[in-house]
Design a protein around this ligand. Structure first.
Ligand code: FAD
Ligand code: SF4
Length: 522
């Protein structure tokens, strides 16, 4: 029996969809959300002997549920059934919703936070509560626990190898990346939940560790609001959901706790604070960052089969620092039929033609590094009348300049690795037959909804910093500036984006801060 099976059968686990009465629960610490931040926080606290209750709105799945059928798993495992987007539909937002959070569907790329990013936070965002050196032991611990290993070059799939070779041919920095996997079968299905339990997500590592150490888990329960009392949070109120997770039920939950840790991820954590009327100095939901990403599709003579193999095994940070302009980094993206058919442009016959060479196309992406440029303030989370998050993200001239520049670099790299044509995701797309056509990118409309823009990395919205007028939580402990028992421990606390894939940054920072909380409440 796996650790996950043991945990799922534990009497510590409550399926909210099966409870037919209103629930009253209590705990020393209530952790809301069970993704990268919530799982690490809960694990750190419970293994230090604390009484922890984790609450998660998503379902509690196992590898048997991960059917590798896109139509079935996307609605189950993603926020808004993979339909989350900005209000103007300019950016499609991919974000997980399950026990284990987005780590259940992520592509397993691991990077520590770059030192210059932490320096920037200190000098520009009053982040004085820790040094990068304080996080290093926590990075080392998580690297060991999640089996993070650099991918050997020979294990790159053709999709990643084309990116790697293109960058190399042009003399650009590129390297293989670390992945958090054990006995990976290179199936390529990371984005649909790993069917082999090879991905060391929170679902199969720290959540079961936490449950077998005594943490309780209530899933299929959405926390609607936190209720204040005397400069702290008195209790949380939530709603139980149906088995499929789509609908609310009439049954409710009320949770009393000494400490509340919000870990619903960027977008949902600020939304919860806003629903609770917690918005001191009007900072909550502001400075939301996405690593907004564009894609270039290279068509090759040899098969690429971007649906097989480790989804990501190479990355180039050659263009991360562009002095006055917005930097970006380059990675490959996996491609499966449903995702491809929604991302590739055209209708009817045109769409059919774009889909035809499916097994020979390589999607490579440029992820822009938002939060550092004065013309790129990031997005804003507010609330719809229903209380669900409404997301706006202005696509500014600085970002369009970066997209245009990056689109040309991606095309260059794809031609350099042997692409016979390269296509943009404009509507209609630009198809380039040779490097001589790359200049045609300058004629293309870089405008909202005229080109596909995506985000798989959400950060910010509850930014940390030591100035209570500009930050939501303190940087020494991620505690709310005013409310004495409220913490935010997830990707929403970053004051900028990271310039690297976020999961390891969240694991490391949260483990440091949860360890500090253990000391404080001992
Ligand atoms: C397709 C995809 C691929 C990715 N690939 C990578 C990668 O290769 N490497 C990498 O570093 N990062 C990757 N990421 C991003 C990374 O996984 C996330 O940045 C990270 O998991 C975020 O952690 P978090 O704790 O902020 O939130 P999450 O992991 O999203 O967890 C938040 C959880 O809280 C729950 N929740 C929210 N609100 C409530 C509420 N009110 N009540 C109860 N529960 C609530 C949500 O359902 C969710 O399960 C990828 C993301 C996607 C979508
Ligand atoms: S590529 Fe590896 S980690 Fe990803 S789903 Fe397949 S077996 Fe799991």
């Amino acid at each position: 029996m796996t650790l996950l099976d043991q945990a799922r059968q534990s009497s510590n686990v409550i399926d909210g969809s099966r409870i037919n009465k209103n629930l009253e629960l209590s705990a020393d610490i209530c952790v809301i959300g069970s993704g990268a931040g919530g799982a690490v926080a809960a694990h750190t606290l419970v293994t230090a002997g604390k009484d922890v209750l984790i609450v998660e709105e998503g379902g509690y799945f196992s590898h048997l549920d991960f059917s590798m059928n896109e139509a079935e798993v996307y609605p189950k495992l993603y926020q808004e059934g993979l339909q989350r987007a900005t209000q103007d539909l300019g950016i499609a937002i991919l974000q997980g919703r399950a026990v284990g959070g987005t780590t259940v569907v992520n592509w397993t790329t691991c990077f520590r936070t770059p030192e210059d990013v932490v320096d920037h936070w200190r000098t520009h965002h009053h982040v004085g509560g820790f040094k990068l050196a304080d996080i290093i032991p926590h990075y080392e611990w998580i690297e060991d626990r999640l089996c993070m290993q650099k991918v050997p070059k020979e294990q790159m799939n053709p999709n990643n190898r084309k990116l790697f070779e293109g960058c190399k041919a042009l003399g650009w920095q590129v390297d293989t990346i670390k992945r958090n996997v054990y006995a990976c079968m290179n199936s390529g299905y990371c984005g649909m939940g790993c069917p082999y339990n090879a991905k060391r997500s929170m679902l199969v590592t720290l959540i079961p560790d936490a449950i077998t150490s005594g943490a309780r888990l209530l899933f299929r329960c959405r926390i609607d609001r936190l209720v204040e009392n005397n400069n702290g949070i008195d209790h949380a109120e939530g709603t139980l959901l149906t088995t499929d997770g789509y609908h609310t039920r009439t049954e409710t939950v009320r949770i009393k706790a000494k400490h509340f840790i919000v870990a619903g991820g960027a977008i949902n954590s600020p939304a919860l604070l806003l629903r609770s009327g917690i918005n001191d100095h009007d900072r909550v939901g502001k400075r939301t960052f996405f690593h907004p990403s564009i894609v270039s599709v290279g068509l090759y003579d040899d098969p690429i089969e971007a649906y097989y193999g480790a989804p990501q095994s190479a990355a180039s940070h050659h263009f991360s620092h562009r002095s006055e302009n917005v930097g970006f980094f380059l990675e490959a993206a996996p491609l499966h039929p449903v995702l491809a058919s929604t991302a590739l442009p055209g209708f009817g016959f045109d769409h059919h033609e774009n889909m035809k060479p499916f097994s020979h196309i390589a999607p490579h992406t440029a992820l822009t590094i938002d939060g550092f440029h004065s013309d790129l303030p990031g997005g804003q989370v507010t609330l719809r009348p229903s209380g669900t998050p409404l997301i706006n993200y202005p696509l500014t001239p600085a970002l369009w300049e970066s997209f245009r520049f990056a689109q040309k670099r991606l095309a260059q790299a794809q031609f350099a690795s042997g692409a016979k044509s390269v296509m943009t995701l404009h509507d209609p797309p630009l198809v380039m037959r040779s490097p001589n056509n790359i200049a045609d990118i300058d004629e293309q409309p870089f405008e909202t909804c005229r080109i596909g823009v995506f985000s798989a990395h959400q950060m910010g919205g509850c930014g940390m910093g030591d100035n209570h007028q500009t930050a939501v939580v303190r940087s020494e402990d991620l505690r709310h500036h005013r409310l004495s028992n409220l913490y935010v421990m997830d990707g929403s606390v970053f004051p900028t984006s990271l310039g690297v894939n976020p999961q390891q940054s969240i694991y490391g920072l949260v483990r440091l801060m949860a360890s500090r909380l253990v000391e404080r409440i001992t």
